[in-house]
Design a protein around this ligand. Sequence first.
Ligand SMILES: [Fe+2]
Length: 330
Amino acid sequence: MNQIEIVTLVFTCSVITYSLSSVYYVYKLRGNLRYQSMNEYIRKGWFIFAPLNCLFYLLTRPYARQPIMDIQQFPELDEIRESWQVIRQEALALREKQHFDQVEGPASDEDYYDLGFRTFYKYGWSKFYLNWYGYQHASALDLCPKTSAILAKNKHIQGAMFSFLPPGGRLTRHLDPIAYSLRYQIGLDTPDSQQCFIDIDGQQYAWKDGESIIFDETYIHYAENNSDQQRLVLMCDIRRPMNPLGRGISFIMDKIMPVTVVPNMPGDRRGLLSRVFASVSPLLSEVRKLKQSNKSLYRLIKHTTNFVLLALLLSLLVGIFYALMWLTAM
Ligand SMILES: [Fe+2]
């Protein structure tokens, strides 16, 4: 065995060990709320991103490592908090003009298909993008100019939207795939009641007008509005506080994330990945229908797709490694 082969072997073993340890850590050890089963973890836990996420967790500054953060540690968001009433006025006007309705319901499958939030519409939730990872939505600039200006000034905001939960609405247990950001929410028009809350890793928080929360959206969380009033909040992805190495990886992610941009209205841009998924969404709907009519076939397609995606990802990693080895050997 020559030196390159030994290095390759050690590297490959290390990557496999680290990846399996990451998956185990997220499944078994991270947080108070546990997955109900391995099945739930596979369906909702984004295990494929566990190695990347664990790297982000390691690189996160200590004050940002809890499920819910101390808001005082984020003075960079004070200006947004102080402007909440201006933001509220624009959000309420949008709601009144029914612009949220354009992106909710079955129509969103074709025109506004949103890979990241596609499962959220089931129980009444809807949203309106303000900006998303470097892209300023033209519709938001037009309909919410003051909010857009406030957000554009703040370099810690990576993406923002108005998020609406009607009376009786809910979001089931889920977590976000990549631990690249933290989630910031400020109440704009809320029931101010314990009946309307978000549960993050077992801790419940009831929204209040003008009050905000920052949490790590890669912990299991869910939301319910059991009141008879609507809940409207500003929801932002903010930069995860990380050390310089983490910020370096974030810089690369900044270049990738614009592919996930989804429009609010005609005239807004659609990112490449979002365009691809929008074009295959009719096919995905047909596959989902199999869940009722032919469960075995549905499972076969689902597991095969997951396997192929995993194999592609691993091939990409191995390919990058061999390319690097080849370049250094030249
Ligand atoms: Fe969420």
